[in-house]
Write a protein that binds this ligand. Structure first.
Ligand code: 3NM
Length: 224
């Protein structure tokens, strides 16, 4: 079994914001990220995907700016599915899906000082991710999502609950269609956090939406 990193604190998963430059409509993505950071997100993942996504130098520059903002707020900066970019920037970690580079290879490339997140949809995938040295598992989609065209069928919270009963200490984050109005069952099922794109990136007032979300999570008894 590969070793997990010691750099992830479970509480940092509580309100995990995911964004790319194509998720913010007419709003400047860096402004959106800054408002989200001010509002209280606890982790950030740069996920630059879909039509119009940045690449090459433009992506490197954008990623560097996102990383700088995250540093100002002491929030982990995770890169989705781009180990080269994460290594070039000395990012805090990488998140991969099942179709991306294999988790065990990513762990070897990153070393043990970095955070590795793996999306898992079956118990076999969870076990493989743990054996590959994942620090946390992403599980979804909990609810219907419009942010990932190739998302799997809606899974609800049952799989989180089952996984939690098998692995009491495994850091788990739920994802997919999660909002300030429907997040509570995700924590009740045993997740340590919720990952969101549109509930924050699509808000008219990103700061206010994030702050309200963070406060609601705290009210559920989750420390932020
Ligand atoms: N992964 P929103 S669902 C990036 O099920 C992603 O693994 C998912 O966006 C999975 O908060 C998803 O806008 C999109 O629904 C989440």
């Amino acid at each position: 079994m590969l070793r997990r990193s010691s750099s992830l604190n479970k509480e940092q998963l509580a309100l995990y914001f995911i964004m790319g430059s194509t998720n913010t409509g007419t709003q400047d993505p860096l402004h959106v990220l800054e408002c989200a950071l001010r509002g209280g997100i606890t982790c950030f993942q740069l996920r630059e995907k879909g039509p119009g996504a940045k690449s090459g130098e433009a992506l490197l520059e954008f990623a560097r700016q996102c990383q700088e903002l995250c540093k100002e707020y002491s929030v982990p900066f995770i890169v989705n599915d781009d180990v080269d970019l994460a290594l070039a920037l000395d990012a805090d970690g990488v998140h991969v899906g099942q179709e991306d580079e294999q988790a065990a290879i990513v762990r070897k490339r990153l070393g043990i000082g970095k955070i590795l997140g793996v999306s898992s949809h079956t118990s076999d995938e969870v076990l493989a991710a743990i054996e590959a040295g994942a620090d946390y598992i992403g599980m979804g989609p909990v609810y219907t999502t419009t942010s990932k065209p190739d998302a799997k069928p809606v899974a609800g919270t049952q799989f989180i609950q089952t996984t939690r009963s098998v692995y009491p200490d495994l850091p788990i984050v739920g994802i997919g269609g999660i909002t300030v109005d429907n997040f509570a069952p995700v924590f009740a099922a045993g997740a340590n956090g919720v990952s969101v794109i549109s509930a924050i990136a699509g808000a008219t007032d990103v700061y206010a939406a994030t702050k309200a979300f963070a406060e609601s999570i705290e009210k559920e008894g989750v420390p932020l």
